[in-house]
Write a protein that binds this ligand. Structure first.
Ligand code: ADP
Ligand code: MG
Length: 634
């Protein structure tokens, strides 16, 4: 895939197809906001410093030339160039070609991948910074001079962002632009669209907006002018998460959020605290407003950065966050972890799991608070991330109680129009009600009208609507809430006998018959299709419905399992009939051996299947029988 296989001196190389496409998009003024390029370049420089800072713990000689990490931004109005220099880790010739000639390695690759699948790729890309290539919003030509820490060679990547790029050995002049033994200088030939970035005030203001609180000092002049990083930086370089909450403004929190997410939106939740006691750490975490496109992609790593005493260690360390908390963004900085430990063994360090527990508790309690303080905000959260929270129900039993506090469901209580919590459900339960009733299905409107809940509605017994696929999975593991069992209304025999009905039902007294003959005859006709036929206690308006036998897998769950887990089981359903329904009463008067009886019975089963959203097994037989009855009726 990569056209830039090998760096070759004086050799024009081609961008990979993805890069060409991206450059096209960037050049065609996708962004109205040109500031983005500076945010992206500074973010790369800060990453480069972070990476070298970590490596220098084991190899201090890598930063022997100058231990002060820094970024310099300076202009030359004569040549109309803007230079961004950092003394971070730098790149070898091969890395220049690989990292800047393809986007296989960058976060941008993910966005491009998503854009391919999206109906509206431009707007999708427009929501994110596109990394290094954003330079071409303001530059007609870009040169990247770089020396990898610990290496001798200085190389230059150079491109107009259209035809391809070259990688060459640096000239003496170019080498002189680097300060010290390492780092990267990016020189932009500013085009007309970008002239404002040749004004110091504009640069300052942009840095203030996007990069004030990163962990590296930024200077507005050349390294030589700044006396090796001793001067006054234009940003506060304060590692915002280490500062006290009362000193930080909303704007500062927002700008840091945008720095780490490369986005333009606002967070739904900002949680900043310092844990003290058995373990100590600072955390500045955000819950975004919008679901990232790859939230349900199993290969997605969580995006919380781990620092140890302000030294960046890793983003996406396994075990730092629960997989289902992968929507949280931000920074955790611990002073308890050893610095000289490999990232690999770090994930097994017991301190990591302690931090995870503590962070999870805090975020869940903040989300609970959000549900009280900002209902619209909370509903947005639930719509975007509710399914991830439900993954936690089976993944993290130790946080289940807190997770249940956040879960919201629709129910018969407000006819499926308003969310309810489980606590509210339990509060409304009648004295005799022992179980929490639910029905699952993909389509809220369809399950609202399920025949299986008629009897519950008539008696004022609340039924929860579970409409996420994930509901069928956590219900396999989680059987109760506050000692009340979850009970599917589409499974097993349900006795609503004691519960008083809303409407007075005259037939209740009259109907003492057990309808034995009717049931037996129907069962003999439907032998191959159903487990049994019985009188329903849950129907009031519909003549029939299907339910799963006690002990079997709930019917909707069976369908979901078949799709997702290669589930083979096939249990026959129970056909329940409403003995008080006029249709059933008529059926009972028919000659049991007649074709009419048998056709009507088969039609009733098919009807139950249709309501259930299932396919009819013998469509032509169904059509023939239906036509017969219609003809007689018309
Ligand atoms: P991302 O930062 O999401 O990986 P970018 O397009 O911003 O994507 O950068 C691509 C890659 O180029 C980076 O991952 C990094 O390896 C390399 N790179 C860019 N700028 C620098 C820099 N100043 N110093 C060292 N490496 C850099
Ligand atoms: Mg980047």
């Amino acid at each position: 895939m990569s056209a830039a296989k090998k760096a070759e001196t004086n050799n024009q190389q081609h961008f990979s197809a993805d890069v060409s496409r991206l450059l096209d998009i960037v050049a065609n003024a996708l962004y109205t906001n040109h500031d983005v390029f500076l945010r992206e370049l500074v973010s790369n420089s800060a990453d480069a410093c972070d990476r070298l800072r970590y490596q220098s713990i084991e190899k201090p000689e890598l930063i022997a030339d100058n231990p002060n990490f820094r970024i310099h931004i300076f202009k030359n109005t004569d040549t109309r160039t803007l230079t961004i220099f950092d003394n971070g880790i730098g790149m070898t010739a091969k890395e220049l070609a690989d990292h800047l000639g393809t986007i296989a390695k960058s976060g941008t690759a993910k966005i491009m991948e998503a854009a391919k699948k999206s109906d509206d790729p431009l707007s999708l890309i427009g929501q994110f910074g596109v990394g290094f290539y954003a330079s071409y919003m303001v530059a007609s030509h870009v040169k990247v001079i770089s020396r990898k820490a610990g290496a001798k060679a200085v190389n230059v990547w150079s491109s107009d962002g259209a035809t391809g790029f070259t990688v060459d050995k640096a000239t003496a002049d170019e080498t002189a632009l680097l300060d010290g033994d390492r780092g990267t200088a990016i020189i932009l030939d500013i085009k007309d669209e970008g002239v404002e970035f040749l004004i110091d005030e504009k640069i300052k203001q942009t840095i203030e907006t996007y990069s004030d609180h990163i962990n590296v000092k930024i200077f507005l002049n050349t390294p030589q002018d700044t006396d090796n990083g001793q001067g006054n930086p234009i940003n506060s370089a304060s590692a915002i998460w280490t500062r006290s909450k009362s000193d930080i403004t909303d704007e500062e929190y927002l700008s840091f959020y945008r720095h780490i997410t490369h986005g333009f939106d606002e967070p739904l939740l900002t949680s900043h605290w310092r844990a003290e006691g058995k373990i100590e750490f600072s955390a500045l975490l955000y819950v975004p407003m919008m679901r990232p496109w790859d939230l349900y992609d199993p290969s997605r790593k969580d995006a919380v950065k781990l620092y140890v005493n302000r030294v960046f260690i890793s983003d996406g360390l396994d075990g730092l966050m629960y997989p289902w908390m992968r929507f949280v963004r931000g920074v955790i900085d611990s002073s308890d972890l050893p610095l000289n430990i490999s990232r690999e063994s770090l994930q097994f360090n017991p301190i990591i799991s302690k931090i995870r527990t503590s962070v999870t508790k805090r975020i869940l309690s903040d989300l609970d608070k959000l549900s009280h303080d900002d209902w619209p905000g909370f509903i947005t959260f639930w719509g975007q991330f509710g399914a991830a929270i439900k993954e936690g129900l089976y993944d993290a039993a130790e946080h289940r109680e807190a997770l249940f506090k956040i879960c919201r469901f629709y129910s018969t209580h407000d006819n499926g129009d308003k969310f309810t919590s489980l606590d509210e459900y339990v509060d409304r339960m009648g004295e005799n009600q022992k179980e929490i009733y639910y029905i699952t299905g993909e389509n809220l409107d369809a399950i609202k009208n399920s025949p299986q809940i008629e009897g519950f509605k008539a008696r004022g017994i609340e039924v929860l609507f579970f409409t996420d696929t994930i509901d069928d999975f956590w219900l396999q593991n989680v059987t109760s809430f506050k000692d009340k069992d979850f009970k599917s209304v589409t499974k097993g025999d349900i006795d609503l006998g004691d519960a008083p009905k809303n409407e007075n039902d005259k037939d209740d007294e009259a109907d003492k018959s057990d309808h034995k003959d009717l049931l037996e005859r129907m069962k003999s006709i439907l032998e191959d299709e159903v487990d049994s036929v019985r009188i329903s206690k849950r129907l009031t308006d519909s003549p029939v419905c299907l339910v799963a036998p006690e002990g079997a897998v709930d019917m909707n769950m069976e369908r979901v399992l078949k799709i997702h887990q290669n589930y083979q089981g096939q249990s026959k359903p129970v056909l329940e009939i409403n003995a008080k329904h006029s249709l059933i009463k008529k059926l009972e008067t028919l000659e049991p051996a007649s074709e009419n009886f048998s056709d009507a019975t088969k039609l009733l089963l098919d009807q139950a299947r249709i309501i259930q959203g299932e396919a009819i097994k013998d469509p032509s037989g169904y059509a023939r029988r239906m036509a017969n009855f219609m003809e007689r009726g018309l």
